[in-house]
Design a protein around this ligand. Structure first.
Ligand code: ACO
Length: 309
């Protein structure tokens, strides 16, 4: 089977830094509370999905050393598109000068990993170059007067180029896409309204689905938790990551994090954390890397890959 390998990675962050201290000026909260309960110190706010997603995509294409005209497909994961339609991916396609098919997918914070899974199947089916973008601008749907949500979210983007792996054992090993619609009301944003969330219950269910999705992709690839060199989890709350790692019996040091400076950027959080881990040298050729996301829906997705081409 042809496996998809990541050959280019790019990210972009919202324009303005908003620190916990900034939020404490207008909300009944404190830096200590936010850091202790979430791990977040600051977040970035501002920019459209087109702008942030386009920036990240250009960097990913450059790193992959391919021209946009060579792309076979653009998948853009977002739950906060700039417009109801056209899709963000259509506008990014135009911005890049690509001529391939393009569509958006909405699986909330699991969307980027859903995109990687779809890219893998398209590459197995014969495509050669797929661009997967994760971009969200949650700040536009955040009630900045609500301390239970305003402390969590930020804006950002990440993009990867996937191509057929050159070596047989590199690339995507297994994927899982899940949905538990009975939990849809735990985290909602209606038209014209702000994000509403049952934080405690989201926390509880998030840990459970992250663990089960991760165990599933490991079993499908015939690997053990001890084979994993790095976990790139959705960046919602450091304590969620901590609990999931403990239950998976994977040392916490193997978890990539970026939420300290980005907050929860939904679809962008996994590629942002991946970029941080790569630049720190925490992911190397041949490493088994686990991506695991969860979010509104309740959606969940995991992908296991062996790093390198
Ligand atoms: N500052 C100070 N105090 C606060 C704040 C705040 N920002 N927010 C809540 N509190 C208070 C509460 O009022 C409560 O006070 P009380 O004990 O007097 O009633 C106390 O702190 C504890 O509140 P909890 O809600 O129990 O705090 P918890 O430890 O659960 O942390 C949090 C809340 C951070 C929201 C946590 O539940 C969480 O991260 N949940 C998951 C959320 C999540 O991941 N959402 C995104 C999913 S991804 C997607 O699809 C977008």
């Amino acid at each position: 089977m042809t496996r998809a390998a990541i050959t280019g990675l790019g990210t972009a962050r919202g324009h303005k830094v908003v620190t916990n201290h900034d939020l404490a000026q207008t909300l009944d909260t404190s830096d200590e509370w936010i850091v202790e309960r979430t791990g977040i110190h600051e977040r970035r706010v501002g920019g459209s999905c087109l702008e942030l997603g386009g920036q990240a995509a250009k960097i990913a294409l450059k790193q992959a050393e391919i021209d946009a005209t060579e792309l076979d497909l653009i998948i853009c994961s977002t739950c906060t598109p700039d417009q109801v339609f056209p899709a963000v991916s259509n506008r990014i396609q135009n911005e890049l000068g690509a001529s391939c098919g393009a569509f958006d997918l909405n699986a909330a914070c699991s969307g980027f990993t859903y995109g990687v899974s779809l890219a893998q199947s398209q590459i197995t089916a014969g495509m050669e170059r797929v661009l997967v973008i994760g971009v969200d601008t949650l700040s536009r749907f955040t009630d900045w007067d609500d301390r239970s949500t305003a402390i969590l979210f930020g804006d950002g983007a990440g993009a990867v180029v996937l191509e057929p792996a050159i070596r047989d054992d590199r690339g995507v090993l297994s994927t899982y896409m899940g949905s538990e619609g009975r939990f849809a009301d735990l985290l909602i944003c209606d038209f014209g309204d702000y994000i509403k969330m049952d934080g405690k219950e989201v926390f509880r269910q998030a840990v459970r689905v992250m663990v089960s999705a991760s165990q599933r992709v490991l079993a499908d690839a015939g690997l053990e938790a001890s084979d994993v060199a790095a976990v790139i989890p959705h960046q919602a709350n450091f304590r969620i990551i901590e609990s999931a790692m403990k239950r998976l019996d994977i040392p916490l040091e193997k978890a990539a994090t970026v939420l300290e400076t980005t907050g929860n950027t939904s679809s962008a959080s996994i590629p942002l954390a991946m970029d941080e881990a790569v630049s720190k040298g925490a992911i190397n050729d041949g490493d088994v890397v686990l991506l695991v996301g969860f979010g509104a829906g309740m959606s969940v997705a995991a992908a296991l890959l062996r790093w390198g081409q």
